[in-house]
Write a protein that binds this ligand. Structure first.
Ligand code: PMP
Length: 426
């Protein structure tokens, strides 16, 4: 017998008591007792409390509120990720993504991960170390992709503008000619600045110069038109948690034949096993596989929710979704301007309909305004991100949240904050 420290479940206290040493008894029992006695860290008090989640109006750049129908889909019983019923659901998701992206690409899947997973998947699979990559940077998303490409050993060239500005096709072509990249990245919806970048003609430029065109639509899909096939976009990805209104954690991505040719004729293996498209393609049955190899365990509930959100978009129709976002955004712009606020993107056609940026009202501390709105209106709006920090405040009305009633709530909350928060001396 020896003195050991044990945790008493009933009292929640650590108690010292005499217990048989774990080395007594036959070998199997000995092991059992030894592992039981190894618990010296008690269950934390936080884990013994029920989960509490406040109700919030998510009027920032995402995640946005999830409609009950999508929440219910995510709450359905789990099935195995390699069951035939799951293959069918995954096939439905592929069709839903193809509609949302306006593509016929067979190599269309969802990442098990957030938008960043799709960013990394796109770069890791299509670029080999030492190859040249060109990244358009006019906000945080170009910065991120440049860093991802640098980390995997690409030779990264940056085309840079301050947030809110865009690149002409001529500027892009000159840079492509100069750097001869294998991949050119552009964010369609630059959510850190609230800019919706023109896309027409860029795919043709990339094609002419033998480079792949990679486009980020995490913040714009469903809110602003994008036509993957017609616009000659080689790789397109999005996220689940913005206009699609699914919970964060899944990220649709599609590769056309040009992109597949590059990524499946590499000399080196992609740096990531989890994001290797050779395996993901099989997991998603892109080659028409009837039985699939185990690669990783997909987020089953996340895929249910994603399927439902894509179904809602298909039922509503892309044109109607784009029209609604434009209409509600226009209503919001007018309300903001009537309050004397200045929109950060002056050219109307360049504004991202899902995420509106306003210049920080003169004399105010933007953090104080946002805190006031959160505390008094249970509403999330945000400041800038990366290079736009201190330049903008952001209001997102996406998908399910894209209603004039919500725009009114956001305007009222902002007006209240402007009235109640003191102007700083600065
Ligand atoms: N790209 C854009 C345009 C985004 O807005 C975001 C998310 N804010 C991302 C990429 C990254 O997505 P996630 O946070 O889901 O990884």
């Amino acid at each position: 017998m020896m003195q050991r420290t044990l945790f008493s479940r009933r009292s929640g206290l650590l108690v010292r008591q005499a217990a048989a040493t774990a080395l007594d008894g036959p070998p199997a029992q000995r092991l059992d007792r030894r592992s039981a006695s190894a618990v010296t860290i008690p269950p934390p008090a936080s884990m013994l409390r029920p989960l509490e989640v406040p109700l919030r109006y998510l009027f920032g750049p995402g995640p946005s509120n999830v409609p009950p129908r999508v929440l219910a889909a995510g709450a359905k019983p789990i099935i195995g990720h390699l069951h035939p019923e799951m293959y069918e659901i995954m096939n439905d998701i592929k069709e839903g993504i193809r509609y949302a992206f306006q593509t016929e690409n067979n190599m269309t899947i969802s990442m098990s991960g957030s938008g960043h997973a799709a960013m990394e998947c796109a770069v890791f699979n299509t670029v080999e170390p030492g190859e040249s990559v060109l990244v358009a940077i006019n906000g945080i998303w170009g910065e991120r992709v440049a860093e991802i490409a640098e980390r995997m050993g690409a030779n990264v060239h940056k085309l840079v503008k301050t947030p809110g500005n865009y690149f002409s096709n001529q500027e892009i072509e000159q840079a492509v000619e100069k750097h001869k990249p294998v991949l050119f990245f552009l964010a369609h919806g630059e959510s850190s600045a609230g800019l919706c970048h023109p896309i027409d003609g860029i795919g043709d430029i990339c094609r002419k110069h033998g480079c792949l065109f990679l486009v980020d639509t995490v913040a714009s899909l469903g809110a602003a038109p994008i036509f993957m096939d017609q616009q000659n976009i080689d790789i397109l990805y999005t996220g689940s948690q913005k206009a699609l209104n699914a919970p964060p954690g899944t990220a649709p991505i599609s590769f056309n034949d040009r992109a597949c040719h590059k990524m499946f004729n590499r000399k080196t293996k992609p740096v990531s096993y989890l994001f290797d498209m050779t395996y993901l393609s099989n997991y998603w049955g892109c080659g028409g596989e009837t039985s699939r190899m185990y690669h990783h365990t997909g987020p089953v509930s996340g895929f249910f929710a994603l399927r439902e959100s894509l179904a809602i978009l298909a039922e509503k129709g892309l044109e109607e979704s784009w029209r609604k976002h434009k209409e509600v955004a226009a209503y919001l712009y007018k309300g903001l301007e009537d309050m004397g606020l200045k929109l950060f993107i002056s050219e109307k056609d360049l504004r991202l309909p899902s995420v509106t940026t306003i210049a920080i009202p003169e004399g105010y501390d933007w953090r104080e305004l946002l805190l006031y709105i959160m505390k008094n209106h249970q509403m999330e709006m945000t400041g800038g991100l990366g290079p736009s920090i201190g330049m903008v405040m952001r209001i997102g009305l996406m998908g399910y949240n894209c209603e004039t009633a919500n725009a009114n709530m956001a305007l009222n909350a902002l007006a209240d904050a402007l009235k109640s928060c003191k102007k700083s001396k600065a």
